[in-house]
Design a binder for this molecule. Structure first.
Ligand SMILES: [Zn+2]
Ligand SMILES: [Zn+2]
Length: 242
């Protein structure tokens, strides 16, 4: 719990209830006799924990240095959202000074596609350029250069300059058309982090290799989290893309 991780144990106060999801109609595919789970709430699962010492670039609200993401391991079929993440920004010292939760409730139903295998993380910084978020017309204007790069070096612009993998910052690896959420303050939210099923391109060996966390996320999908860095309470939104 004192390490950054994907799917690992979280630094969690003993007296704080573990997050549960009681969404009506959330379901587990192939579950019989019914896919729908409930009405008893389902324990959420740890997805990401990042400490400021590993990723100082995260937009930590004042007085916090840990970001935690959990989500419900069932599907939520409201058309776009699929998963239901929650974010927690914490102060390691303040939480660590009190009693810590040593275990967590296991969900009594879960779609394995959305339950990460616990992994340590060793973040690597990379410069990323936009793909589908390129300003309008720029992609076409640069087509000849992209073609030349591909001829000379054997990699496409897409492979060399963008990443589709779990990451902090950069650009969402949109499969569908970009769909940036807006904050209630009127600003476009910033991409906080992505959790994706694949690790492709030069950052990883094989194309479409399964990521270390082992989640298929509904046919090589991804979940992108966004926050407003202007509003102090860091409103967030997410997009599921596949
Ligand atoms: Zn749920
Ligand atoms: Zn805002």
């Amino acid at each position: 719990m004192r390490d950054s991780s994907v799917g690992g144990p979280l630094l969690w106060p003993a007296d704080e209830p573990w997050p549960m999801c009681g969404a009506e109609g959330h379901y587990e595919p192939l579950r019989r006799p019914t896919e729908v789970v409930g009405p008893e709430p389902v324990a959420m699962v740890p997805v990401v924990q990042l400490y400021a010492r590993d990723v100082p670039e995260l937009p930590f609200p004042a007085g916090t240095d840990v970001l935690q993401v959990v989500w419900c391991p069932l599907l939520h079929d409201d058309g776009v959202n699929v998963v239901s993440p929650r974010l927690y920004w914490r102060d390691e010292r303040a939480v660590g000074a009190g009693a810590l939760r040593s275990d967590r409730p296991e969900p009594y139903a879960a779609d394995e596609d959305f339950v990460p295998r616990p992994c340590m993380v060793t973040p690597t910084r990379a410069v990323e350029y936009p793909n589908r978020d390129l300003p309008e017309g720029l992609g076409e204007a640069l087509t000849d250069r992209f073609d030349e790069v591909e001829r000379r070096f054997g990699v496409s612009y897409f492979e060399a300059a963008t990443t589709i993998q779990s990451k902090v910052g950069g650009y969402p690896g949109w499969t569908q058309a970009p769909d940036w959420p807006m904050c209630r303050c009127g600003r476009r939210m910033a991409h906080l982090l992505s959790v994706t099923a694949t690790e492709t391109g030069p950052w990883h060996g094989d194309d479409d290799a399964p990521a270390g966390h082992g989640m298929d996320m509904g046919d090589l999908g991804g979940v992108y989290l966004f926050v407003c860095t202007a509003c102090p309470d860091r409103p967030f939104a997410h997009r599921y893309d596949c």
